[in-house]
Ligand binder design. Structure first.
Ligand code: HEC
Length: 377
C-alpha cells in the first residue's frame, strides 16, 4: 500500500475535496440529462449508436411525410411544421359521431358480458352513456390511425397495401398487433386473428379534406389524392451531420471545461493510497477517453464505411468516461476517510441512490413512456 496524501489533509481540506467530488458527480449527472434532451430519441434514456451515427455522421432517417406526422402538433400547421393535429382534438373531424359509435360499441360489449346481471348492466350502461373517458378512447383510436400510417411509410410504403386497402390493407402485426385504432379503419379476418389498416381510407378521411385538388385553400395546391402524390413525400432524406460550428463549440467546451474537472478528479485519485498500477490506469482514464471520444466526433465525418464506425464508438467511449469518473470519485472518497467519514459517505450515497431511484421510477420512467407514446410503436 502507498501512503495516502488525501488522508493527510486537514479536516477542512477533506471536506472541500469531498464536496468538490460530489458536486462534480452531480454536475455530470445533469450533463447526462441534458444529453437526453439534446440527442436521444424520444422515449429513450440516452442516445445509442444509431443516434450518434445520425448526429455525427448524418444518416437516412425520416422522410418529409414522417417528420410532419411525428413532429409535435404545437409546431406551425404547414409543410415545415406538423400535420399531426389532423389526428388530434385540434383538427380531427367526425369526433361526435365516433364517440357515439364508441358508446354503442361499448354498450354492446357490456350487454354481452353482463347478460346474467341486469342490475350491473344498467349501471354499466349509464356509465358508458356519460363517461368522458369514452372521448379519450376515441382520440386514442384516431392516433392509432396515425401510427399505422407511419408504420406503412416506414416499411417502404408498398403500393399493394395502399391499393388493397379496401380489401386488406397494411397488416397490423408485431408490435402493432394490439394497436388501438378506429374500428372503421381496419379490416379484420373472419377468424379475428389478423387485422389490416385501411391506409387509403385513413388518408382519405384525415388529409384529403384539405389536400384535394378541388378543395379550396392553400392545401389544395398539394393534393394527396393518389398513391403517387402521397408517396412523393415519403422517401427518406439524408439528414446531415452536426454543423462544423456546433462541433467546434462543443469540442472546445468539453476539452477545456470537462478536462479541468476530470483533471481534478484524476488528481485526487492519484493522491490516494491505492496500488500504483490501479492509479496509473484509473487516474488519467477519463481525460484520455474523453480525448478519444472527441476525436471520434471528428472522424465520424469521414465518408462511409469508416465514419459510421467512429460514430458508433462514441456512446461506448462516453460510457467509459462516465465509468472512469465514477470510479475516481468513489475511490477517492473512500480512501480519504477513516471509518466514521466512510459511514457518512455511505449514508450520503445510499440517500442519493434512493432519491435517484424514486425520481427514476416516479418521474423519469413515466416521462420516457409518455415521450415514446408521442412517436410510433
Ligand atoms: C385542415 C386542413 C388540413 C388537413 C386536414 C391536413 N393538412 Fe396538410 N397542409 C395544410 C396546409 C394549410 C398546408 C400548408 C400549405 C401551404 O404551404 O400553403 C399543408 C401542408 C402539407 C404538406 C406540405 C406540402 C408542401 O409540399 O409544402 C404535406 C406533405 C401535408 N400537408 C400532408 C398532410 C397529411 C399527410 C395530412 C393527413 C394526415 C394532412 N396534411 C392533413 C392543411 C391540412
Amino acid at each position: 500500500m502507498n501512503d495516502s496524501y488525501l488522508k493527510k489533509l486537514p479536516l477542512a481540506g477533506k471536506i472541500v475535496v469531498a464536496t468538490l467530488l460530489l458536486s462534480i458527480g452531480i454536475g455530470f449527472t445533469s450533463a447526462i440529462v441534458n444529453l437526453h434532451f439534446q440527442s436521444a430519441n424520444a422515449g429513450q434514456p440516452l442516445p445509442g449508436p444509431e443516434e450518434t451515427v445520425s448526429e455525427f455522421h448524418g444518416s437516412k432517417q425520416y422522410s418529409h411525410m414522417e417528420r410532419l406526422l411525428i413532429a409535435n402538433e404545437t409546431k406551425p400547421f404547414n409543410g415545415t411544421g406538423s400535420m399531426r393535429s389532423a389526428f388530434t382534438s385540434k383538427r380531427a373531424g367526425g369526433i361526435k359521431r365516433a364517440i357515439k359509435e364508441k358508446r354503442i360499441y361499448l354498450t354492446e360489449l357490456a350487454e354481452e358480458k353482463l347478460k346474467d346481471n341486469p342490475e350491473g348492466l344498467a349501471k354499466e350502461k349509464s356509465r358508458i352513456a356519460t363517461d368522458p373517458e369514452v372521448e379519450k378512447l376515441v382520440y386514442q383510436d384516431i392516433d392509432g390511425e396515425r401510427i399505422a400510417l407511419l408504420a406503412w411509410i416506414k416499411n417502404g410504403y408498398k403500393k399493394e397495401y395502399y391499393e388493397n386497402s379496401q380489401l386488406q390493407g397494411y397488416p397490423l402485426v408485431g408490435n402493432l398487433e394490439s394497436l388501438k385504432i378506429s374500428p372503421t379503419m381496419v379490416h379484420t379476418t373472419e377468424d379475428g386473428a389478423k387485422r389490416f389498416a385501411n391506409i387509403e381510407a385513413i388518408i382519405e378521411s384525415r388529409c384529403i379534406r384539405c389536400h384535394d385538388a378541388n378543395a379550396g385553400g392553400s392545401a389544395a395546391n398539394f393534393p394527396l389524392n393518389t398513391y403517387e402524390e402521397f408517396t412523393d413525400y415519403c422517401s427518406p432524406e439524408k439528414s446531415s451531420a452536426k454543423s462544423l460550428e456546433k462541433l467546434a463549440l462543443s469540442s472546445h467546451v468539453h476539452l477545456l471545461g470537462f478536462a479541468m474537472l476530470y483533471g481534478m478528479t484524476g488528481f485526487c485519485l492519484a493522491m490516494t493510497g491505492l496500488p500504483n498500477f490501479l492509479k496509473v490506469m484509473i487516474a488519467p482514464s477519463a481525460l484520455i477517453l474523453q480525448v478519444l471520444e472527441i476525436s471520434c466526433w471528428w472522424f465520424a465525418r469521414i465518408d462511409e464505411p469508416i465514419g459510421p464506425i467512429f460514430a458508433s464508438a462514441i456512446p461506448v467511449l462516453g460510457g467509459l468516461v462516465a465509468l472512469g469518473l465514477l470510479s475516481q470519485i468513489l475511490l477517492s472518497l473512500w480512501d480519504m476517510f477513516e471509518i466514521n467519514g466512510r459511514k457518512v459517505i455511505i449514508v450520503l450515497l445510499v440517500v442519493g441512490i434512493i432519491f435517484g431511484g424514486i425520481i427514476g421510477i416516479k418521474v423519469i420512467l413515466p416521462f420516457l413512456k409518455e415521450e415514446a407514446g408521442q412517436i410510433t410503436k
